[in-house]
Write a protein that binds this ligand. Structure first.
Ligand code: M6R
Length: 602
């Protein structure tokens, strides 16, 4: 999804912008651009494709002395990925970058065109710069013109604007899309997440929706609907090294390998000897709660779905799960005494954030499970539990899913524990299993080598069906999502028992079935389902501790004592399978086509 970087200060600006945009590459983009004003000189470069193209275009340019600068990576929403549609967008003497969607841009565009404005791009963003110049022409005062511009925008935006009319100022505004301000003495940075400013800024302020203002002479002037306001910066403590590849070929690969170790971080202080403890939750947090509703998207939705089995089975509490983009428009019937949980790796997913706002408006208690502290979803929720997975850069989410699943498992147990609906023995059994999770997530050389070898047989075919039952059904959905995201092959996740109600019609030798066959859960049931597919000549890759005669390929997992341990072990197998198929197909594993890491538009 689009990324924004801005800088005002004496340092070389081109490198700051390009390095910052590089840190945002993982969000996915199709073009990039920068604009810099130093003294009277204005420079603007854009390129489609990867940042390397923009680097090449700007190789003979360096900026000297004090100046203001903005940069952007674009993920196309309005208009194709072309240079003209790339940001920064130009008026007569001003430039703008923007994340989000201006919903009333068509009306604004028509109004501006009626005034004689000529539009160069097909984007919604271009309206911002022309509106600004129109109001500036009337008042000759840049900030009031910017205020008036913001007042006309409907939809979601994080935006930076620079203008030759005020060549020492950056104007900014945020509503619905993420943006923060970084500080290092008198130097000021802007970014759409903190990765571009790690190692550069020492302090940060995360802008709230409705905030806007300008920076001049090292001073940030911040406003909201009530006028100018003060704000408190916080220390920026994140660590740059953790965001590098550490010798792995891809971030996704590194993140798969990290899962075993980070699970310890997710559990520390929470999984105690004989109980679960969440410092984030007040003792009476669940007192008035009798049901749970979870909203999420993509991979986060899959972890939610898996947890619905656990909340009901272990926590003895009703749990419904919905895809956030569906929830938003269905006029949901929300009852009090329901805890509304949102799950998000990035904490910035627009659909999930909007669902959360709706639940809050309906008066529900809200909890988010998120990987990014200070993200919009965390800030919007009454309470947040962080998954502690560390920065996830691969667009195809892996360790975020693992840690979300773990937190939700702990939370299900916590519900049973606080509501007294489960015995001490059950709590102990679950905790023992939790403590064995890091082991279940270890990637052995043998397993990885086997999947690398096996992947060559799965590069074609007319489709993949990942099948499983119970919690292994959401895992099947997740396995299929991983594969399609990075291999571009068609894959579906399906409840194994449902295949006979239709999809079995597709079965032939070119239909690849990835069968999740845990020994601790409904083994005989799924075995029958797979036998039915095998009888119709489907090619079967079985993942199970139990050897299975009818399998064309077989990955043997360990005989574990608990379904969740089998869940995590099989999760790693499906992640590595997707990775190795993608590598063989020559795809961009970390930045697959058309996808964005953080989906901040509807
Ligand atoms: O940041 P979130 O967890 O809210 O993101 C939700 C989805 O966009 C995300 O899980 C997406 O499906 C990933 N590409 C999955 O690999």
């Amino acid at each position: 999804m689009c990324g924004i970087v801005g800088y005002i200060g004496p340092k070389e600006k081109k490198e700051i912008l390009l390095d910052g945009l590089q840190e945002l590459e993982y969000r996915g983009y199709d073009s990039a651009g920068i604009a810099i004003i130093e003294g009277e000189k204005l420079n603007n470069y854009k390129a489609i494709g990867k940042l390397a193209n923009l680097r090449e275009k700007t190789k003979n340019y360096t900026s000297d002395g004090f100046g203001i600068s903005i940069g952007h990576t674009r993920w196309a929403t309005h208009g194709k990925p072309t240079e003209l549609n790339a940001h920064p967008h130009l008026g007569a003497y001003s430039y703008v970058v923007h994340n989000g969607i201006i919903e009333n841009y068509q009306d604004l565009k028509e109004e501006l065109q009626a005034d004689g404005v000529n539009f160069l791009s097909q984007t919604d963003t271009e309206t911002i710069v022309h509106l600004f110049e129109k109001f500036h022409k009337d008042s000759n005062q840049p900030f009031p013109a910017f205020q008036e511009t913001i007042g006309r925008l409907e939809g979601a935006y994080a935006t930076l604007l620079i203008t030759e009319a005020s060549p020492e100022t950056i104007f900014f505004a945020k509503s619905g899309s993420p943006m923060l301000i970084g500080f290092d003495g008198d130097e000021v940075y802007f970014a759409s997440s903190d990765t571009p400013i790690i190692g550069k800024a020492t302090e940060v302020y995360y802008l709230e929706d409705g905030e806007y203002g300008y920076v001049k002479d090292g001073q940030v002037h911040l406003y909201d609907a009530n006028g100018e306001k003060s704000f408190t910066k916080q220390a920026l403590t994140a660590d740059k090294v953790s965001a590098q590849k550490d010798g792995y070929r891809f971030f996704m690969e590194k993140e798969i390998y990290e899962q075993s170790q980070i699970m310890g971080d997710t559990m520390i202080g929470r999984v105690l000897d004989d109980s679960i403890n969440f410092e984030e939750l007040d003792e009476d947090f669940f007192d008035e709660i009798y049901a749970i509703k979870i909203c999420a998207c993509g991979t986060s939705y899959h972890s939610a779905l898996a947890s619905s089995y656990l909340f009901e089975r272990i926590g003895k509490m009703r749990c419904d799960v919905e895809i956030a983009s569906e929830f938003r428009y269905k006029e949901p019937f929300l009852t009090d005494k329901t805890l509304f949980i949102t799950i998000s790796q990035s904490g910035e997913t627009a659909d999930t954030l909007e669902a959360l706002k709706m639940a809050k408006q309906a008066g529900l208690k809200t909890l988010s499970i998120c990987n990014v502290d200070n993200s919009s979803i965390v800030r919007e929720s009454d309470t947040a539990i962080l998954t502690r997975a560390g920065i996830e850069k691969g667009v195809a989410s892996t360790k975020a899913f693992a840690t979300q699943s773990m937190v939700l498992w702990m939370l299900a147990l916590y519900v049973g524990q606080t509501k007294n609906t489960i015995s001490k023995e059950t709590i102990k059994t679950e905790i023992d299993a939790m403590l064995h999770t890091p082991k279940a997530l270890v990637v052995t050389d043998k397993l990885h080598a086997k999947l690398t070898r096996l992947s060559k047989r799965y590069l074609h075919g007319h489709g993949f069906f990942f099948i499983g039952r119970d919690i292994f059904f959401p895992l099947a959905l997740e396995g299929a999502l991983k594969l399609k995201e990075i291999s571009y092959l068609h894959a579906e996740g399906y409840p194994a028992g449902e295949m006979k109600h239709g999809p079995i019609a597709l079965a032939d030798s070119e239909l690849f079935t990835i069968a999740l066959m845990p020994k601790t859960m409904l083994y005989d049931k799924i075995k029958s389902n797979v036998e039915e597919l095998s009888a119709r000549d489907a090619t079967i890759l079985a993942i199970s501790p139990e050897p299975f005669d009818l399998a064309d390929d077989f990955i043997q997992t360990k005989y574990d004592s608990h379904p969740m341990l089998e869940f995590f072990e099989m999760m790693v197998v499906t992640q590595l399978l997707a990775l190795e198929i993608s590598v063989r197909l020559g795809n961009d594993v970390d930045m697959p086509r058309n996808l964005a890491k953080s989906v901040t538009v509807e």
